[in-house]
Design a protein around this ligand. Sequence first.
Ligand code: ATP
Ligand code: MG
Length: 331
Amino acid sequence: MNHDPELLQRRFDRERRARKEAESLLEERSRSLYQANASLQEAMNTLQSCQVQLVQSEKMASVGQLAAGVAHEINNPIGFISSNLNTLREYLTDLAAVMKEAKALSRSVLAGAIDLHDRAQAFGRACEQVDLEYILGDLEAVVAESIHGTDRVRKIVADLRDFSHIDTPNLTHTNLNELIDQTLTVAAHELKYKAEVVRQLGDMPDILCYGGKLSQVILNLLVNAAHAIGERGRITVRSGADDASVWFEIEDDGCGIPEENQRRIFDPFFTTKPVGTGTGLGLHLSARIVEAHAGRIAVRSKPGQGATFRVELPIAGPTADQEERTGARAA
Ligand SMILES: Nc1ncnc2c1ncn2[C@@H]1O[C@H](COP(=O)(O)OP(=O)(O)OP(=O)(O)O)[C@@H](O)[C@H]1O
Ligand SMILES: [Mg+2]
């Protein structure tokens, strides 16, 4: 072994230089790693806030669309109620004329007057002139139709109020069938030109859930079903309960989903709809909401024969741990 001090010193210096270079390289690397990390974090924050905005605008878009539909649904009964009120006003004038003759006749009878015959004839003429028989028959129908109309408006308004109130930030005990009915009322306008809606709702207990978010899921599935139907079809909504969970299914007889797409439909931004029509977020958000409830969402579809979406939800609701993991509140 060579113990020449000069040689040893040179070797030592060389190693020290090499170590210094490695250290400074390391420092530089970790600095640029740190910077990369910071800019990744920033990009992620931007993406997250974009996502929140997208979700928000998606909600706003569907709320706006629904509001227009609901306004139309309310306008319709209001239209025939107001036309019925006009008819009733005309009937009132006619009835007043008949009443006038009836009063004159009754006065003559009471006074023992001699013009009884003339009075009775005048009364008969007045009845014929206004077609009293018809009026009496129609009155019943006009009033019944108007009451039916106001009941409908009252139901729409009540459902709409519940629909907007259930969006509480807390888990509440809610009946899924009621959510389905409220959502069907709110979406009625979107659906009625496309499909006959068949309700087959089974008995079920209340579940612990975020009602507003589940309505959003039901709505997304209903709107998708309506979109999948070409001219006119049928949407069947079923529900039921097992021991520890409740379920609902939304089935349509529309175009169906090709096998290769079935895995992708829950991906964010996956859409087969023309630009500007679908954002491709509906099913992604729905799946996130169902996951946040510790539930499951699945699809069965044969292309050309329609699709069935099935959602299962635990009656007990998500555990705090599951909520934490899936970010339920942010969904
Ligand atoms: N019931 C259905 N029948 C046939 N295809 C469907 C059905 N539901 C969803 N799809 C397919 O899944 C795709 C994704 O659906 P999703 O609801 O996520 O987005 P979208 O409806 O396209 O847009 P939006 O974000 O406005 O809902 C749809 O574009 C469609 O191709
Ligand atoms: Mg959709």
